[in-house]
Ligand binder design. Structure first.
Ligand SMILES: CC(C)(COP(=O)(O)OP(=O)(O)OC[C@H]1O[C@@H](n2cnc3c(N)ncnc32)[C@H](O)[C@@H]1OP(=O)(O)O)[C@@H](O)C(=O)NCCC(=O)NCCS
Length: 164
């Protein structure tokens, strides 16, 4: 396992259909309710953009978004557990936000499990604020788990300010 301080050499590129098998593996490793192949294919058919981080043809993480009527939604964000805590999640988010801003997005929304402290910390550091709660939104063995709805207004920011 790479140590905390090791810099991970990688490249970022657009997500493509051929990535789906590796995306499914990442999902299984990281999510309690992993996306299915059909979910990924539906997003690809809808032309939702996404980006992957890659090292030696192995995917380290990805982000997938949708954009419509000035609203960007972060649909999925995931980093391989071996490479978490090395700012790769932040890097993917910044790429998505800069692209959305370039396309005219005014606001970015996402949902996150209440218990997902690591992701919530990342989003708070990236200036997302809680704007609502969806009760029992995520499946759980007993009952459901609430989703926090977070948003960041990017309408007044310069593109260069997005990664601050
Ligand atoms: C959430 C996730 C994408 C974050 O990616 P990551 O590459 O680990 O995050 P980063 O290294 O960019 O960390 C950015 C910030 O997140 C927080 N963070 C990262 N690792 C953390 C940890 N182990 N504990 C608490 N906070 C943590 C910190 O605030 C960190 O900033 P800092 O290093 O300046 O303190 C990743 O943990 C993941 O894939 N989790 C499983 C899937 C998931 O939950 N996706 C989000 C669904 S909404």
């Amino acid at each position: 396992m790479p140590d905390k301080e090791e810099k991970i050499e990688h490249t970022m590129r657009d997500l493509c259909d051929e990535d789906i098998p590796q995306l499914l593996v990442l999902e299984e490793k990281t999510q309690s309710s992993p996306w299915t192949e059909e979910a990924f294919r539906r997003c690809r058919q809808a032309n939702y953009p996404g980006w992957v981080l890659e090292k030696d043809s192995k995917l380290l993480g990805f982000v997938m978004i949708s954009l419509s009527a000035g609203e960007c939604h972060i649909l999925n964000l995931c980093v391989d557990p071996v490479f978490q805590g090395k700012k790769l999640g932040r890097k993917l988010m910044i790429a998505a936000l800069i692209w959305a801003k370039q396309q005219g997005a005014m606001i970015v929304y996402l949902e996150v499990r209440r218990s997902n402290i690591r992701a919530i910390k990342l989003y708070q550091k990236m200036h997302f604020s809680e704007i609502g709660i969806r009760k029992n939104y995520y499946p759980k063995e007993e009952g459901g788990e609430d989703a926090l709805v977070l948003a960041r207004d990017i309408s007044v920011e310069d593109q260069e300010d997005i990664d601050q």
